[in-house]
Design a protein around this ligand. Structure first.
Ligand code: OXD
Ligand code: MN
Length: 622
């Protein structure tokens, strides 16, 4: 049996591991199926050595030193940024590659029109060739990891192998990685296998490059057998496979089959001046400010926001019938540009040290800088490519998708409940996108099904988080377009069905849609955003408590004229009107666009969402 010709069977306990793949020393005993799989991968990829990661601080330190020696990272000035590092990637390896991301379901329709489908058998054969010998001359690291607190009934485990020490360090921050996760596997947890190679084998004596990668890239998912293979890239979601590949693409399929939700959502705890707390989950496309909202410092007195997660949420109906959520990650892989003491002071405080930055610029005194960090850039920098840079260079000093990787534990606003194994109770769900026009600052859905319609119709202007033309408007339903591991028509049906199950339980959360990015007729943003977004959260919470009334509008319920707390904010009546304006003609055109989008799902499109579209059209009729 070869690795790629056959799917991994659920358990292969009687297959003995090849001795080369067995861990040595004090490493705990490895379940036979994990050892057998590692041996198979090693046989195919031919690494020079195998290292079983224990997840210890010592191991991380040694890897960081190795990365410094390899020239992949440089240590920043320890007096300014203790124990922190800058990595500069290869210029071609700077973002998620959606065009090279594949969902290989047996039936093409199970991947649906929003995914790149490839025939599983053909892809297995192709990958067999691609991975053959791909780790030659390198060490293969084996990383057992848990998504979610170890031992949580909502957590899931996986094992990723990689030939990139940079990816090990990243995964060590983003997941609970090491022997504790391996023990969860030994105790019988079903695990997801993930193979990653940078695709740059080294011949004997060949000198390595600082950022090994390959021009040919693959990020491949076999949803039916829950397997992940990634080749050629070491950047972010392409390589930290626990994140987008597992916690969203594979987990969304597991969630469909097991009756829960795996979502591209931040999680926050909001406490009102009354002392009462609420938990909100919010879905926004990549690089639309999820980390900023997750770490919000409210501009309104008496309100606090605490962070539970900034990118991914797993939601389930708990034993008490309430909707509960965990953040499966253990760190933040946040977009650096635009992060400043004004826009996200909590992130700035989080990044005081112990942080790996990738593709930001560096200052003469060995610290980091990116566009938006300060209003005036330093006179001299080294840019993300490692070249001298001045404000006259006419280029960005930091790559627009440059990132920081830091432990969630380091975040001053992290909620004490962020690792609650049972998850937190969700009171409301928010959907948002980056829209210059059409979409008001906030609307409340009429009910769950209308909320699903709002989620299914999110559109957003493309950002630098993935390849593509920045600024172009694209439908990004539930902010899951690049992350749903199956047919999105079925995914919408799953959400509708989930609501029906919630209705039978204690309480259905309320659903809202927001748009912080609306522009006025003069082309400037109408809403200040950032800390002032707390004003919108306040309205939502008053709606939950039944203390704020709302006005009906074609798109949903909106605040009454005096509904939003605007105290201390300079906002002209004209701007406020523009923020909520609903131009029926423009919205009718948008409804046509939604219909076209829905049509792409053919008979997989749930009738209820078509009905919601007709209801909207009815409300938009003159
Ligand atoms: C991310 C993304 O990195 O969504 O979180 O691209
Ligand atoms: Mn994301």
């Amino acid at each position: 049996m070869t690795l790629l010709d056959h799917p991994r069977t659920a358990s292969t306990p009687d297959r003995a591991p090849a001795s080369a793949a067995a861990p040595t020393g004090a490493y705990p005993s490895v379940p036979a199926d994990v050892a057998a799989w590692v041996a198979e991968v090693a046989e195919l990829t031919q690494p020079a050595e195998i290292h079983w990661c224990d997840g210890s601080t010592r191991e991380r330190h040694d890897l960081l030193q190795l990365l410094v020696a390899n020239g992949t990272i440089e240590q920043l000035n320890p007096e300014l940024r203790p124990y922190s590092f800058i990595a500069r990637s290869h210029e071609s390896d700077v973002a998620r590659l959606e065009s090279r991301t594949f969902i290989c379901s047996t039936d093409r329709d199970d991947a649906g029109p929003t995914n790149n489908w490839a025939d599983p058998a053909a892809m297995r054969a192709e990958l067999q060739g691609v991975f053959r010998g791909s780790m030659r001359g390198r060490t293969m690291y084996v990383m057992p990891f848990s998504m979610g607190p170890i031992g949580s009934p909502m957590a899931k485990v996986g094992v990723q192998v990689t030939d990139s020490p940079y990816v090990v360090v990243s995964n060590g921050t983003m997941t609970r990685m090491g022997t504790d996760a391996l023990q969860a596997i030994s105790a019988g947890a079903d695990w997801v296998p993930a193979v990653h190679s940078v695709g740059a084998p080294l011949a004997a004596g060949e000198k390595d490059v600082p950022w090994p990668c390959n021009d040919t890239k693959y990020i491949v998912h076999f949803p039916e057998t829950r397997e992940i293979f990634s080749y050629g890239s070491a950047y972010g979601g392409n390589a930290i496979l626990a994140k987008k590949a597992f916690a969203l693409r594979i987990a969304s399929v597991q969630a469909r089959d097991e009756g829960w939700l795996a979502e591209h959502m931040l999680l926050i705890k909001v406490t009102a001046p009354t002392g009462k707390s609420y938990h909100l989950a919010a879905a926004f496309p990549s690089a639309c400010g999820k980390t900023n909202l997750a770490m919000l410092a409210p501009s309104i007195p008496g309100w606090t926001v605490e962070t539970i997660g900034d990118d991914i949420a797993w939601l389930r109906i708990g034993a008490d019938g309430r909707l509960r959520a965990i953040n499966p990650e253990a760190g933040f892989f946040g977009v650096a540009p635009g992060t400043s003491a004004a826009t996200n002071p909590t992130a700035i405080d989080t990044l005081w040290g112990n942080t790996v930055f990738t593709n930001v610029a560096t200052t003469e005194d060995g610290d980091v800088w990116w566009e938006g960090m300060t209003s005036t850039p330093p006179a001299k920098l080294t840019d993300w490519r490692g070249q001298p840079w001045t404000p006259d260079s006419g280029t960005k000093a930091a790559h627009p998708n440059s990132r920081f990787t830091v432990s969630a534990r380091q975040c001053p606003s992290i909620a004490s409940t962020w690792e609650d194994p049972e998850g937190v109770v969700i009171d409301a769900i928010i959907f948002g996108g980056r829209r210059a026009t059409n979409v008001p600052l906030v609307v409340e859905a009429r009910d769950w099904d209308h909320g699903v319609f709002l989620g299914a119709t999110i559109a957003s202007e493309q950002t630098a988080a993935a390849e593509g033309t920045v600024g172009e408007l694209r439908r990004d339903p539930f902010a899951m377009l690049p992350f749903c591991g199956y047919n999105m028509g079925d995914y919408f049906a799953h959400w509708l069905d989930f609501g029906r199950r919630l209705r039978r339980s204690a309480r259905v959360p309320r659903v809202f849609q927001v748009n912080w990015f609306r522009k006025g007729s003069d082309g400037s943003f109408l809403w200040p955003g950032f800390g002032d977004n707390a004003r919108v959260l306040q309205w939502m919470i008053e709606r939950l408590d039944g203390t704020a009334c709302a006005e009906d509008s074609p798109l949903g319920s909106i605040p009454t004229a005096d509904g939003l707390n605007l105290e201390g904010l300079e906002m002209s009546d004209e701007h406020l009107t523009e923020l909520f304006a609903q131009d029926k003609a423009a919205l009718r055109t948008e409804a046509d666009d939604i219909e076209q989008f829905f049509d792409t799902f053919g008979d997989r499109m749930p009738a209820e969402l078509r009905r919601q579209l007709e209801l909207l059209r009815g409300r938009l009729a003159d």
